[in-house]
Write a protein that binds this ligand. Structure first.
Ligand code: NAP
Length: 584
């Protein structure tokens, strides 16, 4: 395993202007890296821009204490290369951030990706030239590059949300954000530490910060449900068994609404007796992690069913946290799994420690930050260090940071003012040859990200190769087909309880954002099937301009690994209509 690398080798280069390439890829996380790999394999010239000093994206930035992936390590990895699958060794059930970053670096080295990636470079603008049908991409280093295709591999949770608390600029101590964590180790020893937020990042980091800090004050606006991870070293025998049948596991994962595999029960919760339910919830709790939501098939569709699992989870919190007042504050009263379920290692028990306190800022929001404290409800809580675990401008935030201008001067921010509009979460009308990897309107964060990324990248690579075959200049969805897709995304969101609460899925975590359920919740295989259908029917719903050769649909093939059977287990349109598909 190689983790070295001259990843900052191009730090001091002079900016290039006027270079022309087939494709620009924005971002060198798992999406950008695989996009580069696929396009290069097809013989295209590619330039990748990355803000960070190295590959890894999410896993490059989110290096806060305790950061690890909530999808089991044996599944949270690329599936495109069998040799890579076989040679890489994960050490824990849930991989810690440093190991995932090491894996990303290993992939970059193994496939020689770094030579086409320019690090420490932020793309600031991308503008479509109507005359030439090509994109001009601009960077913060003065680069200006011309490309036929522009692929946004910018991540769904990459634009950190730093709430503008009045006075925060005057705070004297370290001020950190979990999503932009420093590269040097941060030591909280002897520090009175305040953590703002109680989402996944907070829930993972709090137990570790508590071990070091002199005191820990957690500022909670909304309590979250967390299920134990029961993380452990991986048993070599288990790893061997998985590796002996990796293709089978991947196929099963692709057939799941989540894009990762775990046993789930399709029966309705309310059909079981209270005693049976209790045993089932206990068994699923003992298994831990996100699969807890697979205890019954109707938990995200039927409020009464959901009440049963929510009450079970609240009882668990009350059993762990000794102070009844703190326990009640930690008990969410909203739909279980409505916000992204958190996976924890000792989170609730932290509040039994005498140096840890919970401050409810739901009714008395944080008013301001002083030089040495956080003020809520007129009380100043003294702190020497602040950790903002305040999340992200999710899904569209990274797009908003780039001035993207399409046909006829239309800007993406203007087009998406009332919420993102895409066709398949891959493209958007008025922006020819602009592709998004895991964009809004695709399963993205509701699926295992690397699987979602691989499917998008393969689709885009197949599409670009097709355009070359037919000598086409541009591809763009029709407005009517985009409208139909947006309607479908909304229609499936409406059947899920997930659309009912104020989460980052709907943009409700940040003031002023339009309230739209952004990911596609209809299930990964159903989504993949629709992408394939569009492709094999001659890119149905797209306008292809300037083709010089006829290419009939019969010649169009999508990458084999995505030819996923639709009828595995409960995953079918009928099951969705009957609200029998648990989506994690
Ligand atoms: P998050 O889930 O959005 O949580 C942010 C927290 O900050 C929330 O508790 C939020 O409260 C609070 N907050 C935001 N603004 C605030 C303000 N002005 N005052 C007080 N509190 C404020 O962000 P996250 O924890 O970084 O997680 C984001 C997503 O990243 C997760 O849902 C997950 O999908 C992913 N993630 C995954 C992993 C993993 O796989 N292990 C780990 C970390 C993150 P409200 O709830 O009231 O908005």
């Amino acid at each position: 395993m190689s983790t070295s690398g001259s990843h900052s080798h191009n730090h001091d280069r002079s900016p290039e202007t006027g270079t022309s390439v087939d494709a620009v890829v924005v971002g060198a996380g798992f999406a950008g890296m695989f996009m580069l790999y696929r396009l290069r394999q097809l013989g295209f010239s590619v330039r990748v821009y990355e803000t960070g000093a190295d590959v890894g994206g999410t896993w490059y930035w989110n290096r806060y204490p305790g950061a690890r992936c909530d999808v089991e390590s044996m599944q949270y990895s690329y599936s495109f290369c069998e040799a890579l699958e076989q040679e890489w060794n994960w050490t824990e059930k849930y991989a810690p951030q440093p190991e995932i970053l090491a894996y990303a670096r290993h992939v970059a080295e193994r496939f020689g990706l770094r030579q086409d990636i320019l690090f420490n470079t932020r793309v600031t603008a991308a503008e479509f030239d109507d005359e030439t049908g090509r994109w001009w991409v601009q960077t913060d280093r003065g680069e200006r590059v011309n490309a036929q295709f522009c692929i946004m591999a910018v991540g769904c949770l990459s634009a950190a949300n730093r709430p503008p608390f009045p006075g925060i600029e005057r705070f004297k101590g370290p001020l950190l954000h979990t999503g932009e964590w420093p590269h040097e180790a941060v030591d909280f020893t002897g520090l009175r530490t305040g953590v703002i937020g109680t989402g996944s990042s907070a829930i993972q980091s709090i137990p570790i910060i508590a071990e070091q800090a002199k005191s820990l004050t957690v500022f909670q606006r909304t309590p979250n449900y967390a299920v134990p991870a029961w993380n452990a070293p991986l048993d070599p025998h288990y790893v061997k068994t998985i590796k002996a049948a990796y293709p089978e596991l991947r196929a099963k994962a692709r057939a799941r609404p989540t894009g990762f595999y775990f046993p789930f029960n399709t029966k309705p919760a309310l059909a079981a007796s209270p005693g049976e339910r209790e045993r089932q919830y206990e068994a699923c709790w003992a298994r831990g992690g996100l699969p807890f939501l697979g205890a019954y098939g109707d938990l995200l569709f039927d409020k009464q069913a959901n009440d049963t699992i929510a009450e079970f989870a609240r009882r668990k919190i009350r059993a762990i946290v000794r102070d009844p007042k703190t326990a009640e504050l930690l008990c969410p009263d909203n739909v279980f799994g409505c916000k992204r379920l958190c996976v924890d290692s000792g989170y609730y028990a932290v509040f039994n420690q005498p140096h840890v306190q919970l401050v409810d800022v739901s009714k008395a929001p944080i008013e301001r930050v002083t030089e040495q404290g956080i003020v809520s409800g007129g009380v100043e809580y003294p702190v020497d260090a602040i950790v903002c675990a305040t999340g992200f401008a999710a899904i569209t935030g990274a797009f908003e940071r780039i001035a993207i201008t399409g046909r006829g001067g239309l800007t993406l921010s203007e087009k998406w003012r009332a919420g993102p509009r895409t066709y398949l979460g891959l493209t958007t009308a008025g922006f020819p040859n602009l592709f998004m990897i895991t964009g809004p309107g695709s399963p993205s964060v509701l699926a295992s990200m690397i699987q979602a990324i691989e499917q998008h990248v393969d689709w885009v690579a197949d599409c670009i190769a097709h355009l070359r075959t037919v000598g086409a200049r541009t591809i763009e969805p029709t407005a009517a087909d985009e409208d139909r897709w947006v309607e479908h995304v909304n229609e499936v969101a409406a059947i899920s309880l997930r659309s009912t609460c104020s989460s980052w899925y709907v943009g409700a975590n940040l003031p002023g954002r339009p309230r739209v359920f952004m990911p596609y919740i209809g299930g990964f295989p159903i989504y993949v099937h629709q992408c394939n259908e569009v492709m094999v029917n001659g890119y149905k719903g797209f306008i292809i301009r300037g083709a010089t050769a006829a290419h009939t649909p019969a010649h169009i093939q999508c990458t084999k690994r995505w030819q996923v059977p639709l009828d595995i287990e409960v995953i079918s349109p009928a099951a969705i209509a009957a609200k029998r598909v648990p989506v994690v």
